[in-house]
Write a protein that binds this ligand. Structure first.
Ligand code: F6P
Length: 298
């Protein structure tokens, strides 16, 4: 392949810029032309494409978000939308697309390839870490570190006032952000969608630990695991303890990527371009047991 394109789609994640940068510089090292598509599938449908040079990705490795921008694109779910996207690529003579995003992005890539023969290569980029084939997705490590910093701050004030705190974190249906941040931050309770939990049991445990002299507690709640107001009012009803809630929200999505995310971005991007060079298509790259892997997008 001589001409490839790169896009980011779905929710942004720290490390996406580092991955774009590595795709561009690796592909150009091998003599390919690289195009950047703005706003994901939407930009592909609308033809928002520019050629990227090595300098286009200068000063990017440390930036959160994605300089190519991103969007969720309902039109791309339709055959008509996919056809327009395929036509744009044809008009530019682009032979393959590296897509950086989560499961929705990969589904889009698979559709484009199944229905219109476009060659796609996927790099996992989402803070949620909800792609089961890979141990880590880009942005997860940074997001967990952001949550950890919030836990540290909350602990200072909660322990000063002998209070309990509930911190709601992102992750959609996946509890990984909550789980890793809870383990690393020493949270007393972690509620995730994957593991059934009982408020009654938690209330009992809170009462017992109070009796043992514990006056401050940190509860981390994954957003997909339950309703924070209901949980807090039930705890109040059962124990008399009033829990202060914090919703971290989109703060988790921004910020300069950690070392782990930057290095992962470089490794995944190099693998994606290597696969393109080997003429392999419709693969996704990932990391399993600390080894960079690839497998069929299906
Ligand atoms: O998929 C990433 C994510 O941040 C989820 O954790 C969260 O549920 C969702 O996106 C929020 O989406 P939006 O930014 O569109 O509100």
């Amino acid at each position: 392949m001589n001409k490839i394109a790169v896009l980011t789609s779905g929710g942004d994640a720290p490390g996406m810029n580092a991955a774009i940068r590595a795709v561009v510089r690796t592909a150009r090292f091998y003599g390919m032309q690289v195009y950047g598509i703005e706003r994901g599938w939407d930009g592909l449908i609308k033809g928002q494409i520019t050629e990227l040079q090595n300098r286009s990705v200068s000063d990017m490795v440390q930036r959160g978000g994605t300089f190519l921008k991103t969007a969720r694109c309902p039109e791309f779910v339709t055959l008509e939308g996919q056809q327009k996207a395929a036509q744009t690529l044809e008009a530019y003579g682009i032979e393959g697309v590296v897509v950086i995003g989560g499961d929705g992005t990969f589904r889009g890539a698979k559709d484009l390839s199944d229905n219109f023969g476009v060659k796609c290569m996927g790099i996992p980029g989402t803070i949620d870490n909800d792609l089961a084939y890979t141990d880590y997705t880009l942005g997860f490590d940074t997001a967990v570190n952001t949550v950890l910093s919030a836990i540290n701050n909350l602990r200072d004030t909660m322990s000063s006032h002998d209070r309990a705190s509930l911190l709601e974190v992102m992750g959609r249906k996946c509890g990984d952000i909550a789980l890793y941040a809870s383990l690393a931050g020493g949270a007393e309770y972690c509620i995730t969608p994957e593991v059934p939990f009982s408020i009654e049991e938690m209330a009992k445990s809170l009462m017992q630990s109070q009796k043992r002299g514990k006056t401050s507690n940190m509860i981390v709640l994954a957003e997909g695991a339950g309703n924070k107001e209901e949980i807090c009012s039930k705890i109040k009803e059962l124990t008399g303890i009033s829990v202060k809630t914090t919703v971290l929200g989109h703060i988790q999505r921004g910020g300069s990527p950690t070392m782990a995310d930057r290095i992962l971005a470089a490794k995944l991007a190099v693998k994606a371009v290597d696969l393109v060079l080997e003429n392999k298509t419709n693969r996704v790259v990932g990391i399993k047991y600390n080894k960079i892997i690839d497998l069929d997008i299906s």
